[in-house]
Design a protein around this ligand. Structure first.
Ligand code: GLN
Length: 540
């Protein structure tokens, strides 16, 4: 079977949840035994979101091969349980960069290089190339933005051409729209959807499936009306009502037979698939999620907490670990810049666990260091991720080892004890994009450490995104005072994990375990941390 394509566009409004729809659809098609990968096409001019402020863009998701990507790739991985890569996120910046590099090397043989055909051809090549990296039955390509945006035009043109070349039985278009409820009229309104489909038609794209986000159920009459005005079958008008959690969306869609319709429209031979999707494990997971037996409160201390997507993979890791343990994790967001010597005890009191988040830049750093100290002194389970580990190390060096003024050279270049310092290979790099230590690196774990009992393994690989590291020439001072460096990268000798055996649960990691949590594999560090928080709450 050739690879089939599903192009997903959005209309009427942004933030309708195209990423969740794609992840859910992918999950349903996989439940029929198909091999699926999901790709995000982002119309912005940044080469990748790595240089963007989290307030602008939310979290940057890092793939195992070190691509800094859109956070939707995190949803794809968590729902499908397998890895994405560089090829799963295409941006306008990347497309133009490739075209310009080809032009500079003379590959266009003297031709005028233009949006049509050169940019469009490059986008098409990126879409198709994903199938060359692995055997795939279906590729779902999510087009970022909303139809009508100037910057999405080349992408719509690329999928129009691909659909024409491949034929509609090999390439379908699903369009997400909003069906708003007007309280004054007491009605759901279809006009924005009609207009959005008209816009899509003006680009030569007829949707095969309309997924309607709505706060109220769509009745049969309304579905028929939408179907009639938008040239689709009534059964292709799908309701996507607000769900209790994003993990219920696959079940919602499955109840309406979405994937069956798509399998039929794509003419996937019945002998190629399992006729009934196997959603047993998924349903069990959702049931556990909806009926927690315990609640814990965990403080997430970071400087981007006002942007709800800035720590997406961390908050979802708590959801997934919580579901495994039948525990609801109530995440209490704490703005690190608000913490002062006077108020941090009040702000952090009553929590069952504390996580200090990754981050960059000076603002809020002393608040994070004080937080790491507070958790250590008060025996509260503490999990430091990347900058969070670095803060815990700084606090320990200052408080327990007499290293006054210990700091990271990211924040104090003249620190007498630069316990966190720029990695050697970073010292000559000035360019910002894609130049950090990125992607997977091995971590050798010390036997009989807490990390060893959590992982049940002595060699793991985790994803990274940082420039600074624990300074190996000073770290013996910390070891002498009881801190254990229980995870080390075997090639470089860089610290990966630090833990405090004298504390109920005090672990810092230089890597980002949150990028590896999936529905099928809640990350063991998160599960263990949430268990420790439950133990504290129950006085164990
Ligand atoms: N700013 C720190 C560094 O570059 C931490 C990065 C992070 O938390 N991802 O090393």
């Amino acid at each position: 079977m050739n690879t089939k394509y599903i192009f997903v566009t959005g209309g009427v409004s942004s933030s309708l949840g195209k990423g969740i729809f794609c992840a859910s659809l992918g999950c349903l098609l996989e439940a029929h035994g198909l091999r699926v990968s999901i790709q995000k096409l982002d119309p912005y001019i940044n080469v990748d979101p790595g240089t963007m402020n989290p307030y602008e863009h939310g979290e940057v998701f890092v793939t195992h091969d070190g691509a800094e990507t859109d956070l939707d790739l995190g949803h794809y991985e968590r729902f499908l349980g397998h890895k994405t890569s560089q090829a799963n996120n295409v941006t306008t910046g990347r497309v133009y960069r490739e075209v310009i590099e080809k032009e500079r090397s003379g590959e266009y043989l003297g031709k005028t290089v233009q949006v049509v055909p050169h940019i469009i051809d490059e986008i098409k090549a990126w879409i198709v190339r994903l199938a060359e990296t692995q055997p795939l039955d279906v590729i779902i390509s999510e087009i970022g933005g909303t139809v009508g945006d100037i910057e999405s035009l080349p992408y719509l043109e690329a999928i129009r051409q691909l659909r024409y070349e491949l034929g509609s039985i090999n390439a379908q278009v699903a369009h997400l729209t909003l069906v708003p409820y007007l309280a004054a009229a007491g009605e759901l309104k279809t006009k924005p959807t009609q207009h959005s489909v008209k816009t899509l038609l003006s680009y030569g794209l007829q949707p095969d499936l309309l997924v309607c986000r709505s706060e109220h159920p769509l009745d049969q009459e309304l579905r028929e009306k939408i179907a009639r005005f938008c040239n689709v079958e009534t059964r292709a008008v799908i309701e996507a009502a607000d769900a209790r959690s994003i993990y219920e969306v696959p079940l919602q869609l499955s109840q309406q037979g979405v994937q069956k319709l798509i399998l039929e429209q794509l003419r996937i031979p019945p002998q190629r698939i399992t006729p009934e999707p196997d959603l047993t494990q998924w349903t069990q997971f959702v049931n556990r999620l909806n009926a927690p037996e315990e609640h814990v409160r965990i403080a997430l201390v970071g400087k981007y907490v006002t942007h709800q997507d800035a720590y997406k993979s961390i908050t979802e890791s708590f959801v997934l670990a919580g579901a495994k343990l039948s525990v609801h994790v109530d995440v209490h967001y704490v703005e690190s810049g608000d913490l002062t010597e006077r108020n941090y005890e009040d702000i952090l009191s009553g929590v069952n666990g504390i996580l200090v988040a990754p981050g960059f830049g000076h603002r809020g750093i002393e608040g994070k260091i004080s937080t790491a100290r507070f958790a250590r002194v008060n025996q509260i389970p503490f999990f430091g991720i990347c900058l969070g580990l670095q803060c815990a190390i700084i606090a320990f060096a200052r408080d327990c080892c007499g290293l006054e003024g210990a700091h990271s050279t990211e924040f104090d270049e003249h620190s007498p004890w630069p316990i966190i310092d720029l990695m050697e290979e970073q010292k000559t790099i000035s360019s910002k994009g894609g130049t950090m230590r990125l992607g997977v690196y091995d971590c050798q774990i010390t036997e009989h450490s807490r990390a060893h009992s959590i992982y049940g393994d002595t060699l793991v690989s985790e994803r990274h995104r940082h420039r600074f590291e624990v300074n190996n020439s000073i770290k013996h001072h910390l070891e002498e005072h009881g801190l254990v460096f229980s995870g080390i990268n075997p090639e470089s000798g860089l610290v990966e994990i630090a833990e405090l055996p004298s504390h109920p649960w005090y672990i810092g990691v230089q890597f980002h375990p949150e990028y590896r949590s999936t529905v099928g594999y809640p990350h063991p560090l998160f599960t263990s941390f949430v268990s420790a928080a439950v133990n504290l709450k129950n006085g164990r």
